[in-house]
Design a protein around this ligand. Structure first.
Ligand code: C2E
Ligand code: MG
Ligand code: MG
Length: 741
């Protein structure tokens, strides 16, 4: 084909066609001339352009609208020539987009940049689609500005296409509708709110109810009709005084708002707490138009608050304040005492042998006892005084407003303590079960803030401990000497920890003799030989080793040493029949592997099990009677026997005594001491002896110091003795010398 040859579109006309059915339609007639081999040929193309014309009319119409809007300053308009890619923005578009015409030229990029990133795809898609479908589009989207502000705009766009469907130009209008959008939003929110869970009540400026929502009807129990036109006063519970409502109104009038907790009455009469916010609503002229009250029922919250408070500050069993609440009250009491300079006192109470009752009668019975103790305690104190349960069987009583004179305050406290001791010592009937218990009471007086709360409690605790040591059912006042004793104790503990590795323990042997005075064996008694302290008595350190757990290795050492001695005596006629009694502590006995320990020591030492006797105390066996019995049986199977030490000082119940696989009962020295002078003690000893006879047990008396005591015991059926009359505890060499005599 030669140059310049090919089709050339010469002209294009729009004419009106006439359809066969008589209807007229627009037609585009295009005539093209074709120069072929130097000759011209002409072709004509006919197109039905009805659709295009309609679009144009619409475009024109829109154009008018745009112009009109532009004239009113509401709309921005833009035009994109898709053939030349030229884009034009009206001033209003610049204004809406907040772009400076001097710095930004109209471009699709600049346009996209102001569109909210989340809306970009949508806007893009709307435009692309409208070109594809040849349909105008109308879209609402956001603009996002550098400072974070958002505008809502509405865009309308229409495009023009050529006969082949190729887009020629797009014309668009942009309208800033932020205000309307937000207003509509508010309306939507308001409508949603009114349907919400929260109860809403609206009144006129005179507080006549205009409207309530469903939630309010549900909350108050009144229907909307019943409330309309009424004053909200009809909802009042009567729980708040006039001053409360007066304060509420004055705040509402001053600040336009009130919120707080308020008790209302439901239609059925029930009073309930709610949280309410009242807002005064003003019109544009600052004229009060409505009050809007939002309320939510908080009875559930109140109740759980109450429950949480109860749990946090009260003991669930006895309903008494717990330690936390008491500490709080104590702090207050100290502050008050500082101002009044009057004394206060804390009484620390611990029930004696509570554990025994708990273990033998079950926890439910123990609980009943604690409840009853709490009741009695509360009955004994004045209204301003506090009773608390610290846990377990420990109670605390806080006395306030005592005399400012120390002596007088002490006397007052002693009187109350005595009353408590007496009251708690009365027999208890718990579900037909009769029992008896007593308290040990430690007292610590205070005035002002001389000491801190924790110290004060510690002092009362120490005093209580002293009351226990003094034989229970007693009252002790804390005094600084006790503290000193305590300090000594902790120093002792440090030394005690190194006693075993430093080989400072010794075993002393105290003979046990028969009626003829012949030694049948000995009890081994522990001594601690300290380089500075000298010979320390077990009474001083055994309790401490129990508390610290040191008793376990120490007790094992005693057992090993005693067994080694038995073995050493085995080949000598003088000593081979001797038995050794070894004291076993509760903590040691209840070690999980105690049985295995005994077995191992016997095996390793080669001592005859029949020559070994273990002394247990009542409190040891009562700690867990069933387990104790099982353990004792296992040990007895090895051939070892058992003696019940200090018998008569504890619980001494025949009931459990019958169940325990004991061999011997050891009458405590406290009964033996006054056996010849005190008829009571004489009677007790006789009873114990009779009891052992009935149960088929051996009996031995300890602490026999005089001939008279020995004779009395012998006469009444006890033929085994231990005591200073025969020998003090001595080292093994001396004991052996004694045997030879
Ligand atoms: P206990 O087992 O009741 O031992 C009897 C205590 O009475 C011994 O005191 C003994 O010296 C003392 N005594 C003996 N005869 C008389 C007497 O005629 N008159 C007087 N007034 N006292 C006499 P000791 O040796 O001070 O032991 C005190 C307690 O220490 C023992 O009481 C025992 O419970 C404990 N204890 C001693 N050695 C050990 C031990 O190796 N292990 C354990 N767990 N406890 C031990
Ligand atoms: Mg003993
Ligand atoms: Mg004893």
């Amino acid at each position: 084909m030669a140059t310049g040859e090919g089709p050339i579109l010469n002209s294009r006309l729009e004419i009106t066609g006439l359809h066969r059915n008589g209807h007229e339609f627009p037609v585009e007639l295009s005539i093209a001339s074709l120069k072929m081999a130097g000759k011209y040929e002409f072709s004509a193309f006919i197109h039905d352009i009805t659709g295009r014309q309609l679009a144009q009319i619409e475009l024109q119409h829109n154009q008018e609208l745009l112009n009109e809007a532009q004239r009113l300053g509401q709309l921005g308009s833009w035009e994109l020539n898709l053939v030349s890619s030229e884009l034009r923005w009206s001033d209003e578009v610049y204004r809406i987009f907040e772009l400076d015409p001097a710095r930004f030229s109209p471009s699709y990029e600049n346009f996209l940049n102001v569109i909210h990133p989340d809306d970009r795809d949508r806007v893009n898609q709307a435009y692309t689609q409208s070109l594809e479908n040849r349909q105008p589009y109308d879209i609402v989207h956001r603009l996002l500005f550098a400072d974070g502000r958002v505008k809502w705009v509405r865009e309308h766009c229409i495009s023009e296409f050529d006969a082949s469907g190729k887009p020629l130009r797009s014309v668009g209008a942009v309208q800033d509708i932020t205000e309307q959008y937000l207003a509509a939003e508010q309306l939507r929110i308001a409508a949603a709110t009114f349907k919400a869970q929260e109860a809403i009540l609206i009144t006129d400026p005179d507080a006549n109810i205009l409207r309530v929502n469903q939630a309010f009807e549900d909350l108050s129990g009144y229907s909307a009709e019943e409330l309309l036109g009424k004053n909200p006063r009809i909802l009042q519970s009567g729980r708040h005084d006039k001053a409360f409502y007066r304060a509420m109104w004055s705040e509402l009038l001053d600040t336009g708002k009130w919120s707080g907790e308020i008790w209302d009455r439901r239609k059925d009469g029930e009073i309930y707490p709610k949280f309410m916010t009242i807002t005064a609503v003003y019109d544009d002229h600052h004229q009060l138009t409505h009050y809007v009250a939002l309320s939510s029922d908080i009875s559930q919250r109140k109740q759980s608050e109450q429950e949480i408070h109860q749990l946090a500050f009260y003991d669930p069993l006895t309903k008494l304040p717990n330690r936390r609440l008491l500490l709080d009250r104590l702090r207050q009491a100290m502050a008050v005492s500082t101002r009044s300079s009057r004394h206060g006192a804390v009484l620390f109470l611990d029930m004696d042998h509570f554990k025994t009752i708990n273990d033998t009668q079950g926890h439910a019975m123990g609980d009943l006892l604690l409840i009853e103790v709490a009741r009695r305690l509360q009955g004994c104190v004045r209204e301003g005084d506090s009773v608390a349960r610290l846990g377990g069987d420990e109670f605390l009583v806080l006395l306030e407003e005592l005399s400012s004179e120390p002596d007088e305050a002490a006397t007052q406290t002693e009187l109350i303590a005595e009353k408590l001791r007496n009251e708690l010592g009365q027999p208890y009937t718990l579900k037909n079960y009769e029992c008896h218990t007593t308290p040990s009471i430690g007292v610590s007086l205070f005035r002002g803030h001389l000491e801190n709360v924790e110290d004060l409690l510690k002092h009362a605790d120490i005093a209580m401990y002293q009351a226990k040591t003094a034989g229970r059912n007693a009252i002790r006042f804390f005094d600084p000497q006790m503290q000193a004793a305590l300090d000594v104790r902790s120093a002792l503990e440090t030394k005690l920890r190194s006693a075993l590795p430093m080989q400072q323990f010794r075993l002393y042997y105290q003979a046990q003799v028969d009626s003829r005075g012949k030694a049948t064996g000995a009890e081994v008694l522990l001594r601690w030989e300290h380089p500075e302290l000298g010979l320390v008595s077990p009474a001083q350190f055994i309790p401490l080793t129990e508390e610290t757990g040191l008793i376990v290795p120490i007790g094992l050492w005693v057992l090993e040493t005693a067994c080694a001695q038995l073995k050493a005596w085995q080949d000598d006629v003088l000593t081979r029949d001797l038995t050794l009694a070894v004291n076993v502590s509760a903590r040691q006995f209840h070690q999980t592997d105690f049985v295995a320990q005994v077995q191992r020591v016997l095996l390793e030492s080669g001592a005859k099990p029949s020559h070994l006797k273990l002394e247990l105390t009542e409190s040891t066996v009562l700690e867990n009677v069933d387990d104790t019995i099982a353990r004792m049986r296992e040990i007895k199977l090895l051939g070892v026997s058992f003696s019940m030490d200090d018998f008569g000082t504890g619980y001494s119940s025949l009931q459990y005594l019958k169940r325990l696989p004991l061999d011997q009962i050891k009458i405590d020295q406290s009964f033996v001491r006054d056996i010849t002078s005190d008829l009571n003690d004489a009677a007790i000893v006789q009873t114990i002896i009779a009891m052992t006879e009935a149960l088929g047990l051996n009996v031995i008396a300890e602490g026999v110091e005089t001939e008279a005591q020995r004779d009395f015991l012998d006469k009444h059926g006890c033929h085994a003795f231990q005591g200073y009359l025969f020998s003090k505890p001595v080292v093994v060499k001396e004991f052996e010398a004694l045997l030879r005599r």
